[in-house]
Design a protein around this ligand. Structure first.
Ligand code: NAI
Ligand code: CS2
Length: 496
């Protein structure tokens, strides 16, 4: 039997001509960024920007790729294939592939040890720590954007500060060592889907540092920058089908570290770096003074409608986003949500939000993506605040309607209740899953369930948990979902 070969320096020359391969001298690259979270998104986003810069502008910015929790295989695959991985762009009917060469090193906390990761992070030439570790990785309370001191990883790091496990703990320890060595600080750049992601990161790092040593937290405050970013590219979780398609693109060569995402990509970055940065603008990123208006626009319009589809779609049996797009009532509801209930809350200027909404719907129609509603539905307790609840606050303050938002929130409540509209069990994945399960099993399936779930003040804040008008709106939507199901409720809503 013929042996299947893997992507590596040796097999690069055997790839089909259509595959773009690094045309630059990879030995000239220097590890100047440590990236925490070598997941699907980073590979198809930040790594692509760096690869374009190396290819077209002679950039020498290389990465050390790190996973702290999970993703052991991705790191070992990367090491085995000379740190090369492929990124495919999936349009409706056409795929194109690029092999990315900007990773220089790769480490996993459980395989290589945290000491090795800290050694790399404290090298003087490391200028940036960038992060894509999902909202969970920040160990924060979304309603207040402050550190969750009861988080098990934070508890561990408080007891073992020099042998940390959490993202904030690892950053604090690296900064402590740099301060002690007299090295320059680095910038810490979150690329996760949170509003003011730089501020969230700063909050958790400073809070942890302060508990440890007030001088250290003051040094961090004065010397380290935490630029915020707005990041966008739909990159669904890799499936065996994705891997098979990538192998096909590579002419039969296997790449278990490969990923595939949509053609669109956007990156808006707060230009606030203390130790230099790549010239990302040359690869199409926008460097701005204030990212917040862009973040809000993306989180509320894109991610808000994504979560709306995820909960209402999953309940109705739509497994992928493009299936939701086949339902004209769902599309109409999502467009209403985006333009009447999200766009109206935004401060972004100079963007035609109706064009933006239609471009999002068009991206969702991409049948190549197969983006699972279940994937987007994950971690709702950490996603709802920025995707829906902040807009609800705007509407309550302005006395304006928010029917679609109330329905989206009620659909999350149906979803975490654990049974879909066909009576099938739902596997709820959320850091608060245990608490959700308890609240659900201790409340009857009526307005009491809504009240019970609204008691999660780390999600809803004390304001929304006690706002009777909000409670009534969500309760009405919840009872309709319970009695008529998601499809009929959405249809009725758009007919009203
Ligand atoms: P993924 O599941 O492929 O990767 C998740 C990464 O987070 C892994 O590297 C894992 O090691 C790390 N991680 C998970 N929990 C952690 C924890 N508690 N502490 C430390 N590290 C942890 O997910 P993917 O697609 O890479 O997305 C990651 C994040 O990137 C998203 O949550 C979102 O904030 C952001 N993003 C994703 C987009 C996408 O379409 N996939 C697009 C825009 C932003
Ligand atoms: C999605 C996002 O998984 C989710 O929650 O809404 O990852 C979405 O695909 C990206 O933000 C698009 O940029």
């Amino acid at each position: 039997m013929e042996k299947i070969m893997k992507l590596s320096n040796q097999t690069l020359s055997q790839l089909p001509e259509a595959v773009v391969v690094p045309n630059y001298d990879r030995n000239q690259l220097k590890t100047k960024i440590v990236h925490l979270g070598f997941g699907a998104f980073h590979r198809a986003h930040q790594a692509i920007f760096a690869d374009i810069l190396a290819t077209e502008h002679g950039s020498d910015w290389g990465y050390c790729e790190v996973n702290l929790i999970g993703g052991e295989k991705q790191i070992s695959d990367l090491k085995e294939q000379n740190y090369l991985f492929s990124v495919c762009e999936m349009s409706y009917d056409n795929w194109s592939t690029r092999v990315v060469g900007v990773a220089k090193e790769a480490l996993h906390a459980d395989i290589d040890g945290i000491a090795k990761i800290l050694e790399v992070m404290t090298r003087p030439e490391i200028a940036i720590i960038s992060i894509t570790v999902t909202e969970k990785g920040y160990c924060y309370l979304p309603a207040t954007a402050s550190i969750d001191i009861n988080n098990v990883l934070i508890q561990h790091d408080l007891d073992n500060p020099t042998n940390p496990k959490s993202v904030p703990g690892v950053i604090v320890e690296a900064l402590r060592i740099r301060k002690e060595k007299g090295s320059k600080p680095f910038s810490v750049m979150s690329c996760d889907n949170m509003p003011e992601n730089g501020h969230v990161t700063r909050n958790v790092v400073l809070a942890l540092a302060k508990i440890r040593d007030a001088n250290l937290s003051q040094w961090i405050e004065e010397n380290v920058s935490f630029p915020s970013t707005m990041v966008d590219r739909i990159v669904p979780a890799v499936t065996p089908d994705t891997i098979a398609k990538i192998q096909n693109q590579l002419g039969g060569i296997e790449d278990p570290a490969g990923v595939a995402g949509e053609p669109f990509k956007q990156w808006v970055i707060e230009d606030n770096f203390v130790a230099g940065r790549p010239e990302w603008q040359k690869a199409g990123a926008e460097l701005v003074n204030d990212v917040l208006p862009y973040e809000e626009m993306k989180l509320r319009m894109l991610n808000g409608s994504h979560s709306f589809f995820a909960y209402l779609g999953y309940l109705a049996g739509y497994l992928h986003i493009d299936e939701c797009m086949q339902d004209p009532y769902y599309v109409k509801a999502a467009r209403h949500l985006m333009l009447q209930e999200q766009a109206t809350t935004l401060r972004v200027k100079g963007v035609d939000l109706s064009v933006y909404a239609d471009s999002l719907l068009d991206r969702y129609r991409n049948t190549g993506l197969k983006h699972r509603t279940w994937q987007i539905a994950m971690d709702g307790t950490l996603k709802l605040p920025q995707r829906m609840l902040d807009s609800v606050r705007y509407h309550l303050a302005n006395n304006t309607p928010f029917d679609c938002l109330a329905l989206g929130i009620a659909a999350w409540m149906r979803y975490v209740s654990g049974i879909d509209d066909n009576g099938k069990d739902i596997e709820v994945s959320d850091p608060s899953a245990e608490q959700l399960k308890e609240l659900v099993s201790n409340s009857p399936d009526n307005q009491e369930r809504v009240k019970a779930l609204l008691s999660l003040t780390h999600v809803f804040g004390t304001d929304l948990s006690n706002d009777q008008y909000f409670i009534d709106q969500v309760t009405n939507a919840y009872l309709s979902l319970r009695d008529k199901g998601a499809k009929q409720t959405v249809e009725q809503l758009v007919h009203l």
